[in-house]
Design a protein. Structure first.
Length: 680
């Protein structure tokens, strides 16, 4: 078999075992195109000539092996089965290596991967470099030493989120679910689970999941499959003595909640198979089945934000971005309320949101995705919440549906048809109008009497009547024949043309007028924020003393006359959600109150860092505290500017470094650049 490449050997082995292969499955398996497959078939057939067996392409959809039964059986006995790992493409191989490194309890030598995947050491070195770059975005770090091996360092929480993402990256969702529900063989996915968790444990858990009820997950295949992965990770890390670390109070709170019993059936079935998960792991798994349910009826969630207000602001901002007014869409408002209420809590806890459709959403809705991303940054960054691309993808779908709904409902001209000779004639006329004019939406059909009842406030763009309505001089009333003749059609077409032209002109005028006002207001608010920016060093020994010193300073410069109220709000915000900007030594204090005279920003430094809770129940030492205050009654423009600043705190490392070390003028300059940088 040394004349065939590993991939050609794998294709031939599969054909001998299964008789035929779908070409599209091979394309997915190896990430190759038609031409490559045809070249591989040609090479295989050249080898098979001496065996009197042939592979042919049936209808450009299937590869089929053909020959006498005895010849095919002789060929089967003469060849060896090729290991699946030898035919993985580069991307798949890197995912497999990453999976092993994330789960390993000790360093692994590069030579191990070279031999396992049957590639050159140069290829493994390239893989390791690509893995190292990928890990940086996950707050994980690759350690590699010649005499030591390769391992991944970082919080266990981040490793688990990364692992979950890897399994969703190996194949499209359809293939993953085929594997999970045993619909059809998926060799690459099967190998990945075998590498990560072992075939015995994986198959055991698949069988347990088939007969176990887990409330709140089975209505979503994505969440159900993700939970399956998380249980396997918990089992593997328990086996490796690397269980998750959660604060004791969180563990106790979860164990004592009603949600904890939801996993009793699963844990009992695992126990009967001698798999016993510690309570920290069970508490961790409970986060996946409880956070989707807990806060649906609350207006205030653990992040300290008013979800209803956030939804209102989000819809207003996205409406401006896309130039479509979605503010009256109740269905969108309700959908976003429920969605934000769930996802914000998930993100604040530190769980990974998975969206297997992300690339497809970005491809089909590129500009809308960017608009949603920008609005999310402006709004959620004020609460120190970074909305990831997967979540932006889901929100984009909500907006896309709302846009389609808006176009269906609002692009047509609203018409009242008046026909005094009876409903039969009116319906005939209405049917003729609807079939002739696609731009018209007949909202009501009635008599002159009906028209008189609502004449003062009719809400219709066009009135079409077979009866001359008195001395009415409105230009949106057209008198027509009951049979809608050619002259009638011409006059209605003329109205449609003028109406749309007028609508476009009015829209542009309003936009230009608003832009002029916005620029003036923005300049005034922006200069006030920049000029009043405060930078101060504080000598404090505790968190409580820090809050007292900050609010006293704010009161001393006349921003508020009620420092106690501001202190209370800052403390409440910190208790409800994460305020630490990960990896920066900076925390963001943001609150809104009408006890504030006007919007304010300031930075306060301390000599002795304070240990504060960060995302995923981790802790970080913080020595710089950025304060952003706004009135509840502040207009959107002030909030938008504060949003731009908070986005920069999360994304702009230069900004956070300057806050820690530079003087007030250097900070004012960078704030000025942030505020006046044009949005995309």
């Amino acid at each position: 078999m040394n004349k065939l490449t590993p991939r050609q050997q794998f294709i031939l082995n599969s054909l001998l075992n299964e008789g035929s292969l779908e070409i599209k499955n091979l394309q997915n398996e190896f990430s190759i195109g038609d031409k490559t497959i045809y070249r591989e078939v040609t090479a295989i057939n050249s080898y098979l000539n001496k065996h009197k067996v042939n592979v042919y392409n049936f209808n450009n959809s299937n590869l089929v092996i053909s020959g006498k039964k005895d010849d095919i059986n002789k060929l089967k006995k003469s060849i060896e089965k090729i290991p699946i790992q030898w035919v993985l493409n580069k991307h798949q191989r890197q995912l497999m290596i990453l999976t092993e490194l994330l789960l390993s309890k000790e360093p692994i030598k590069a030579a191990y991967f070279k031999n396992k995947y049957n590639v050159a050491m140069a290829s493994i070195s390239f893989d390791i470099d690509a893995i190292e770059e990928w890990l940086l975005n996950k707050s994980l770090y690759l350690v590699k030493k010649k005499s030591y091996g390769i391992e991944i360092e970082g919080p266990q929480w981040n490793k688990r989120n990364a692992l979950s993402e890897l399994f969703f990256s190996i194949k499209p969702l359809e293939n993953l679910l085929n594997y999970f529900y045993d619909e059809k063989p998926e060799p690459v996915i099967d190998f990945m689970f075998k590498v990560a968790f072992g075939q015995k444990v994986t198959e055991l858990l698949k069988e347990i999941f088939k007969t176990t009820q887990i409330d709140g997950l089975k209505n979503s295949d994505i969440k159900y499959f993700e939970f399956f992965i998380q249980v396997l990770i918990s089992i593997k890390n328990t086996e490796n003595e690397r269980t998750i670390s959660l604060p004791n109070n969180i563990v106790e709170e979860i164990i004592n909640s009603n949600e904890f019993s939801k996993l009793d059936e699963l844990c009992e079935k695992l126990r009967l198979k001698n798999i016993i998960l510690p309570r920290e792991e069970i508490a961790y798994l409970n986060l996946y089945i409880s956070n989707y349910q807990d806060n649906k009826d609350k207006k205030i969630d653990i992040s300290g934000m008013n979800i209803s207000s956030v939804v209102t602001e989000f819809i207003e901002e996205i409406s401006k971005k896309i130039n479509i007014d979605l503010t009256s869409d109740i269905q969108l408002r309700n959908s976003l309320y429920q969605h934000f209420n769930e996802s914000v809590n998930v993100l604040n806890i530190g769980l990974k949101i998975i969206n297997p459709l992300l690339e497809e959403i970005k491809e089909h809705n590129e500009h809308l995705f960017e608009a949603v991303s920008n609005v999310c940054k402006l709004i959620f960054s004020r609460y120190n919440i970074n909305i990831p691309p997967d979540e932006i993808g889901y929100i984009t779908l909500h907006i896309d549906v709302a846009i389609k709904r808006y176009k269906l409902e609002s692009e047509k001209i609203r018409v009242f048809v008046i026909c005094p000779t009876g409903m039969s004639t009116a319906k005939i006329l209405s049917s003729r109008i609807s079939s002739t004019f696609s731009d018209l939406n007949i909202v009501k059909v009635g008599s002159v009497y009906d028209w008189r009842q609502i004449e003062e406030d009719n809400g219709y763009d066009l009135i079409i009547s077979t009866f001359n309505i008195g001395n009415n001089t409105r230009d949106n009333i057209i008198i027509v024949s009951p049979f809608l003749n050619i002259d009638d059609i011409g006059r209605i077409n003329e109205f449609i043309y003028k109406y749309k032209k007028k609508s476009i002109s009015m829209s542009k005028a309003k936009e230009e007028e608003k832009l002029e006002i916005d620029v003036i207001e923005k300049n005034e608010v922006a200069e006030m924020l920049i000029n009043n920016f405060r930078l101060k060093n504080l000598e404090v020994d505790s968190y409580e003393e820090l809050i007292l010193s900050i609010t006293e300073d704010i009161e001393s410069i006349g921003i508020t006359e009620n420092k106690e109220e501001i202190a209370k709000l800052i403390i409440e915000r910190e208790h409800k959600g994460n305020v630490v900007i990960p990896g920066s030594k900076v925390a963001l204090f943001h609150t809104r109150s009408d006890e504030i005279k006007h919007a304010f920003i300031g930075a306060y430094r301390i000599n002795k860092p304070i240990k504060m809770s960060s995302i995923g129940f981790s802790y970080e030492n913080v020595d710089t505290f950025f304060v952003m205050l706004a009135r509840i009654s502040d207009e959107n423009e002030a909030l938008k500017l504060l949003g731009k600043i908070s986005v920069a705190l999360i994304e702009n490392k230069d900004f956070t470094k300057k806050l820690e070390a530079s003087d007030i003028e250097a900070n004012r300059e960078i704030i000025r650049r942030i505020i006046y940088t044009r949005e995309d």
